[in-house]
Design a protein around this ligand. Structure first.
Ligand SMILES: [Zn+2]
Ligand SMILES: [Zn+2]
Length: 608
């Protein structure tokens, strides 16, 4: 990648680390104790409230209460105040081990039916945790030793949401109060700042403001519609990757959006994946019942396999790398849909590599190299590799132990050869093979899964793929599935938030806007725009007739990376007065020089 260190750099991640509960034993104790303190405060203020469960979560805790009315903002304030009182009383947190019978008696005395249900599922030792001698809860711990260890300035109550007992919509409706808790007030401040920043960067909000995509009720949930600007963004990403793939010997293919169910029965998707697929389309009801019809494709792999299989392949043709931006459809529950990160139809930058067993390690490394290149061009710097392996003894997977060990071994060798930071995640594999997933950490310290590479010995087996080896024998190829972007929709959602809408010059839907100071310069700027457009630059003219200040503000609001002001003086001198989002005012630059600098910056993925 040329000049990658001169590219528009998104904000550096914040220095204060905000640990998740899973990362910090002391925060685990703190957050869990806070949920008890909150429950005690709620029952003190609302004697009718019954307690259910109150676990820690990533950055805090919640507690579910059975309470006739939803808690209000005002209630939260009162609860918080009561919690501070409890903390300041420095109550000891005392563990007590009791028999099941004893626990039952005490719960009955309190008339807490939910606790009784919880007790039934507990295995000994059964422990109660007391706050002083006033309040207790069934809990396995761990907690801090006294409420003195909780910092009353380092927590907050965040929101109330409806929840169901045991997550079951047929059971009682509960009120869930969410809170966050930290060791220091500075951490709490930083956490709140990031929450605000996350709201500001929310891709649903920015996507609307910048006019990138829309959703329509008439079309359906989880089905984004790409506007012209969003489409430019998408195709720029697509074109970039297609170019990189051509350089690396990938072969483009196009496949349909539906196929016979049988195809997915052979691949195993139907058996393992049916709930996530859209229902069967068939000519008549009988076919539908007999599952003889067609389905929307949830994955592209079986289609590419058919292209491979269409003729007898020779070892000379391998590795064969078939690539497609393939749109797939998955039936997500509508409650889970929000913005671009969860959708029902999305486009995968998919490719399937058919390789000989000897070529596997080398091809795998080349794929990882491509993915790292993609991340550099996108200015995504912080990521680590997750080795998504099989969970031993689970029946979620297809294939023998032998092929799984071989495939997992190939992935491990690759990350070790590259010296990448990695961690193993048993149970995260695809059903047909292990994966190497790239987990990206964004400017707000949040983690997202992006690109993925998978080694697969199973589908070649199921589809009986072959090639003729050098000695004339028939051999079975290995498959690599890979997608550097993952899904275009999801990637764009993540990029919008990472850049806070300020796309690097090469990606920006509109790269330049020309601002004529009066109508007299309109003809000149339109001529410049035409000229630049012929060079492939995405340029527009502000012909609103607004005053200059307003035109500048509008261009800033639209997050256009380069704007050029043209008054009588500039038009006369054939120059543009340029200001960029990255470097501020650059002054008057002759049109031809400006064009050249523009082209260079785009080609280098850098700023003007
Ligand atoms: Zn507890
Ligand atoms: Zn695949």
């Amino acid at each position: 990648m040329p000049n990658s260190d001169t590219v528009a750099v998104p904000a550096e991640p914040e220095k204060i680390h905000l640990p998740r509960t899973s990362e910090s034993e002391s925060l685990k104790r703190i957050r869990h104790t806070f949920s008890h303190v909150m429950a005690m405060a709620v029952q003190k203020l609302f004697p009718k409230a019954q307690v259910t469960i109150g676990p820690w979560i990533d950055y805090g805790f919640y507690y579910d209460f059975d309470h006739p009315e939803p808690f209000t903002e005002k209630d939260l304030k009162a609860i918080k105040k009561e919690m501070i009182k409890i903390i300041n009383r420095k109550l000891p947190v005392i563990r007590e081990e009791v028999s099941r019978k004893e626990a039952k008696q005490r719960i009955n005395a309190l008339q807490e039916p939910y606790k009784l249900e919880i007790l039934e599922d507990l295995t000994p030792p059964i422990t109660l945790y007391h706050l002083g001698d006033e309040w207790w809860d069934l809990c396995a711990g761990p907690h801090v030793e006294t409420t003195k260890d909780l910092n009353p300035k380092a927590f907050d109550l965040e929101s109330v949401a409806g929840a169901y007992w045991r997550g079951d919509a047929n059971k009682s409706q509960l009120q869930r109060i969410y809170g966050t808790a930290w060791e220091t007030p500075e951490q709490l401040q930083e956490y709140k700042r990031r929450r605000e920043e996350a709201k500001r960067r929310d891709h649903r909000k920015l996507g609307k403001e910048l006019g990138l995509f829309v959703f329509a009720d008439e079309v359906g949930p989880g089905l984004p519609l790409w506007t012209p600007k969003g489409t430019v963004l998408r195709t720029t990403l697509e074109d970039y990757l297609k170019q990189e793939q051509l350089k690396r010997g990938y072969l483009p293919v196009v496949t349909p959006h539906i196929a016979r169910i049988d195809l997915f029965k052979t691949s195993g998707h139907w058996q393992k994946y049916k709930e996530d697929m859209f229902p069967v389309m068939a000519d008549d009801d009988q076919d539908r019942l007999a599952e003889q019809g067609f389905v929307m494709k949830p994955m592209n792999c079986p289609f590419h396999i058919q292209i491979y299989k269409n003729e007898l392949r020779s070892y000379r043709e391998l590795p064969m790398r078939l690539a497609e931006f393939g749109t797939v459809y998955r039936y997500e529950q509508s409650g889970e849909l929000g913005g671009l990160t969860r959708v029902r139809g999305f486009t995968v930058d998919d490719a399937h590599l058919f390789v000989t067993p000897d070529q596997l390690d080398d091809e795998f490394l080349k794929v990882v190299d491509l993915i790292l290149n993609v991340f550099r061009s996108l200015q995504l710097k912080q990521f680590k590799a997750r080795l998504s392996f099989r969970e031993e003894g689970s029946d979620k997977y297809i294939g023998s132990d032998e092929v799984w060990n071989k495939a997992q071994g190939a992935i491990l060798r690759a990350v070790q050869t590259l010296g990448m930071e990695y961690f193993e995640a048993p149970g995260e594999a695809a059903f047909y093979g292990p994966k190497l997933d790239f987990i990206f950490r964004d400017a707000l310290d949040r983690e997202w899964q992006l690109g993925t590479v998978q080694v697969d010995y199973n589908l070649p087996e199921r589809f009986e793929l072959e090639y003729v080896a050098e000695d004339g024998s028939r051999q079975r190829p290995v498959m690599i599935h890979r997608a550097p972007f993952g899904s275009l929709e999801r990637l764009i959602g993540i990029l919008i938030e990472e850049y806070a809408g300020d796309f690097p010059l090469w990606l920006a839907p509109v790269q330049v806007r020309l601002l004529p100071v009066t109508g007299d310069q309109l003809e000149f700027v339109q001529r410049v725009a035409e000229q630049w457009r012929l060079q492939g630059i995405r340029i527009e003219v502000d012909n609103s007739g607004d005053r200059l200040g307003k035109m500048i503000r509008n261009a800033e609001k639209s997050k256009i990376p380069v704007m050029a002001v043209v008054g009588a003086k500039e038009a006369e001198a054939e120059a543009l007065n340029i200001r960029t989002r990255a470097s501020g005012e650059l002054g008057a630059i002759p049109v031809s020089e400006a064009l050249e600098r523009m082209n260079t910056a785009i080609a280098n993925y850098s700023n003007f």
